[in-house]
Design a protein around this ligand. Structure first.
Ligand code: GLY
Length: 429
């Protein structure tokens, strides 16, 4: 089988490593475009082909797995499907659940999916007036409507922060056109979960519940990042709660997509805040989360078969099983991340860390330099994954390993509370 994964982060390394373990290098090919320093060890890295459908046809690619939201929103899956290629990932219509927060809210309204009330603004003056009028101690969340690489959401606990967020998004345009329209909604108190489901257009299967840790510093402090660590399965989500989330959120969303004629094949990822009033959707993503994939994907039994069945609309024909091992991923970030990460530093200690029991190192922002070995090339550099019988063991393994790793000019920066002690109320978006 020939498989192509698109993307270059830790999520794609997790997918590539898991899939590589079941491929036969004599008959099968695994390509990652563009990949990173880590994917090189398990796959062939490839420059993104200019004409992807033609490339896939010529290279006899049997399955394309789309990692990040950008290509999904741009309709890459549609173009590939039109060329007869089997694709894991929704088309542009389905990806609108992530690429337009206003579209997602309207969709949730049509299908009675619980989500906080909201207002949409195209005019910064009107948005500011609304914030002045509605400000309360509860706080407000200001969200760019479009894709902003994880930087388009501000959880404002002061009025000044809310006004500042509107200025940054709508007038300074820090997220470009993604922030020309913003949504304003009340800040919710609760515990945030990442609920990912495989969806084949008709059927769905929940993957183990995960938790991301969004803020740069421990205890929900500091700016939001792409994610500083993740845990799965999280003990915070009981079977009863998951059942409720499935009934009230995931099943209606999957049925709603089908009713609206949107053939959705891939991952549907709901960011759920569990509040005293019940679970509420903060937003949908149309792909595996990063770093959630790093703690979910390696535990999916027969992962390639399952992803292919999802992509072909045949999820009902396979058993989706997870090994139920607990995994904790601690992100090793470059000093200065997220604003101005120091890049180009040699990374030390990888060889030793990777030999520790129950430890996997997933690369994100790395590249292989012929002279200096692996060097940092992105803000989130590595995901150090500890795996264990329980959360305590998984966490301990991840932290023992990350302490062996250093970057040439200082760092890495990482949070010390991923996992035990950091699970209640994590996220904050
Ligand atoms: N972990 C957050 C995201 O993937 O968007």
């Amino acid at each position: 089988m020939n498989v192509l994964i698109l993307g270059s982060g830790g999520r794609e390394h997790a997918l590539a490593q898991t899939i590589a373990s079941v491929l036969n290098p004599e008959h099968d090919a695994l390509l990652v475009a563009p990949g990173n320093g880590g994917t090189l060890a398990v796959a062939d890295n490839l420059k993104m082909p200019a004409d992807l459908p033609a490339f896939c046809q010529e290279a006899s690619i049997d399955l394309v797995i789309l990692g990040p939201e950008g290509p999904l929103a741009a309709g890459v899956a549609d173009a590939l499907r039109a060329a007869g290629i089997v694709v894991f990932g929704p088309g542009a219509q389905g990806a609108r659940l992530e690429s337009s927060k206003a579209f997602a809210k309207e969709f949730m309204g049509r299908h009675q999916i619980p989500t906080p009330p909201y207002e949409v603004f195209d005019d910064p003056l009107a948005a500011r007036a609304f914030v002045e009028d509605r400000w309360s101690e509860q706080g407000l969340v200001i969200k760019a409507d479009g894709l902003a690489g994880g930087q388009g959401v501000v959880v404002a606990v002061t009025r000044q922060e809310a006004i500042g967020a509107i200025f940054s998004l709508m007038e300074r345009r820090v997220a470009g056109e993604a922030g020309d329209r913003v949504l304003v909604e009340p800040r919710l108190e609760g515990t945030e979960l990442s609920i990912l489901a495989l969806v084949d257009g008709e059927h769905h299967v929940l993957l183990p519940p995960a938790q991301d840790h969004k803020t740069l510093f421990e205890g929900g402090r500091g700016p939001n990042t792409g994610g500083m660590g993740a845990v799965a399965p999280t003990p915070v989500a009981s079977a009863e709660l998951l059942d409720r989330i499935d009934r009230e959120i995931v099943a209606p969303a999957v049925a709603g997509l089908a009713q609206e004629g949107i053939a959705y094949r891939g991952v549907l990822y709901a960011r759920v805040m569990v509040t005293e009033q019940g679970p509420q959707v903060l937003g949908f993503n149309c792909r595996f989360g990063d770093p959630e994939a790093q703690v979910i994907v390696p535990g999916i039994a027969s992962c390639l078969e399952v992803l292919e069945a999802t992509a072909r609309g045949r999820l009902a024909e396979v058993a989706v099983r997870h090994d139920q091992r607990v995994r904790v991923c601690v992100v090793a970030a470059a000093p200065g991340y997220p604003d101005s990460p120091a890049l180009g530093d040699a990374i030390d200690g990888l060889d030793e860390a990777v030999t520790l029991p129950g430890v996997t190192i997933l690369h994100a922002g790395t590249r292989l330099d012929s002279r200096r070995g692996f060097v940092t090339s992105g803000g989130r550099v590595l995901g150090v994954v500890g795996e264990g019988e329980d959360l305590v063991q998984a966490q301990e393994r991840a932290y023992v390993a990350i302490h062996r790793i250093s970057f040439e000019a200082g760092g890495p920066h990482f949070r010390h509370d991923i996992g035990v002690g950091g699970l209640v109320g994590v996220g904050g978006v």
